[in-house]
Design a protein around this ligand. Structure first.
Ligand code: SIN
Length: 527
């Protein structure tokens, strides 16, 4: 058994920013399910939104964030996030990260959906995530140990103090390991891998949500899941993200005949908020129509978008015709583990940051390129908080771990792909009460949630966690009988003022309709 000041589960931008800013006296373990580069942050094509341009202000960024997310935010947190944006960009620049520049030597600014002006900073064109993550990974100090290919399957909560004091993990051969820490942080990304069409790294399957739930933490707003309109779509499958920045550079969504798909559908047309574009494209697909991203108007596409060019090439798609077939797929979880302003969850000693956490900064639909910003901001916030609370390791290992559980027969659980297809079909872009009920009934048959996991293999636990997270999403989507942002109910197509005041909070104790603490303003959405 090993003991650390801080264990960080996950290796995306929030995790690495936290590790980076923790006091160097801390012993830090970064533990990750796959390789350290296997994260959504590493894959990010869009950049970081920050009010750094001439004439831009955090207040404008704030307004766009609130509008895109249908004013379902924690306003105070959004304010702090956007105000800190320029400083976070400056910090990265000073630490040696080169953001793309324009001809005058200023940081080049890109445009994405629902932003009122150009405000997205990039590195290497559409390879922003890779550049930032390589930069952060290369500057880790010697007090930080990174352990890869470990599947964390349980949070250890002390039975008397109720504090989270460590984790249990399985190594690549299935051996059990135990690690203790004063502070345990979940930075494990979202839930994209629960859906058959997804932009996410395949390792991102909602484990953080399931772990926290099983340990007794609260989860909130699990119904709010963003679907990105443009994933490369070939042979009935999606094959990776085609950044919104392509539309920011003039790319247009067209049908087979070249007619614009978004014209007349929204004031901002191709750059309308994501939920609106995704819904339109989904309806086109459902009607049997193909949709393409016309890139003919973008000069030097290959130079501007090297990652997308490589993605198309790897999938055998020639860009000669200047049309990329696209379809929407799961992209980002706006809800997650309930946290306060520094990432503290409802369990002492347990924290959550990044997409895993529900901070309230995204409302019902995240504004493009606010997620890397969120990771940077909350990674740093939590580091400052923990740096003031560093104590010599106080963990008293008075728990008896062996033998913890008798052997239990492993139940039969569904195949991962079957679950992904069910989620996409019944809890995807457009939801109905009958679809969600069908899904809930299917999930209900796998009623194995409480069994001890020590003896199970990683793949089985993984499937159980996916089911658990799917159940939380489905329950919340059933309960929210309105459409708001990314949560689209065909049978309740309008926003409902009453629901605008309510968060759906789930925990082992049950479901709570929690009154929102923040003033609700009915914002008129563009169309
Ligand atoms: C994109 O590049 O379109 C995605 C950016 C984001 O999700 O913020």
């Amino acid at each position: 058994m090993k003991t650390y000041t801080c264990i960080i589960v996950g290796s995306g931008i929030a995790a690495m920013q936290l590790a980076h800013h923790l006091n160097s006296q801390c012993s830090v373990l970064v533990i990750t399910k796959s390789l350290k580069q296997a994260s959504n942050s590493y894959r990010a094509q869009g950049g970081i939104a920050a009010a750094v341009g001439n004439g831009d202000k955090p207040a404008f960024h704030y307004e766009d964030t609130i509008r895109a997310g249908c004013d379902f935010h924690n306003h105070q947190e959004v304010r702090l996030l956007v105000e800190k944006g320029p400083e976070l960009i400056q910090q990265l620049t000073v630490s040696g990260l080169d953001f793309d520049q324009d001809d005058t030597g200023q940081i080049a600014l890109g445009m994405e959906g629902a932003h009122g002006r150009k405000r997205i900073v990039h590195c290497g064109g559409d390879a922003t995530g890779k550049h930032i993550m390589d930069h952060l990974l290369s500057s880790l100090t010697s007090n930080i140990e990174v352990v890869e290919n470990r599947f964390v399957y349980e949070l250890i909560v002390h039975p008397v103090s109720k504090k989270c004091i460590g984790i249990k993990a399985k190594d690549a051969d299935g051996n059990n390991e135990i690690y203790f820490a004063d502070h345990v942080v979940l930075a494990m990304g979202g839930v994209g891998g629960l859906f058959s069409f997804s932009s996410n790294d395949p390792s991102v399957t909602g484990d953080g949500v399931a772990l926290a739930y099983r340990a007794g933490a609260e989860l909130m707003d699990m119904e709010f899941i963003q679907f990105h309109p443009t994933l490369l779509y070939l042979n009935g499958k999606t094959a990776g993200l085609v950044s919104e920045a392509v539309r920011g550079e003039g790319g247009r969504l067209v049908d087979e005949t070249g007619r614009s798909v978004m014209a007349g559908k929204h004031l901002l047309e191709d750059l309308a908020p994501r939920h609106i574009v995704a819904k339109e494209l989904f309806q086109q697909r459902m009607a049997g129509k193909d949709v393409y991203l016309d890139i003919s108007m973008i000069d030097h596409f290959e130079d501007k978008f090297p990652t997308i060019t490589a993605l198309c090439q790897a999938n055998g798609l020639s860009l000669e015709k200047q049309r990329i077939p696209v379809a929407p797929g799961c992209h980002f979880l706006m809800g997650g583990i309930v946290v306060d302003a520094v990432g503290q969850t409802s369990i002492e000693g347990l924290y959550a940051i990044g997409e895993t956490a529900s901070t309230g900064v995204h409302g019902a639909n995240r504004l493009a390129s606010n997620s890397l910003l969120e990771g940077l901001y909350y990674g740093q916030q939590l580091a400052s908080h923990l740096n003031e609370r560093l104590v010599a390791n106080e963990i008293k290992c008075d728990m008896d771990f062996a033998p913890t559980t008798p052997w239990v027969t492993v139940p039969s659980l569904p195949d991962k792909q079957e679950l992904r297809e069910k989620m996409m079909t019944y809890a995807g872009i457009i939801r109905t009460s009958s679809d969600l009920e069908q899904l809930a009934n299917w999930l209900h048959q796998y009623n194995q949630w409480e069994m001890p996991l020590d003896e199970w293999d990683t793949d089985t636990i993984q499937r159980l966690f996916m089911l658990q997270t799917a159940k939380l999403i489905t329950t919340a989507a059933q309960l929210r009988t309105e459409s708001r942002g990314a949560h689209n109910r065909e049978d309740f197509p309008e926003e409902n003022q009453r629901w605008g005041h309510i968060h759906i909070v789930q925990s082992k104790k049950g479901i709570e309709m929690r009154e929102r603490q923040h003033e609700y303003h009915q914002i008129e959405i563009y169309a």
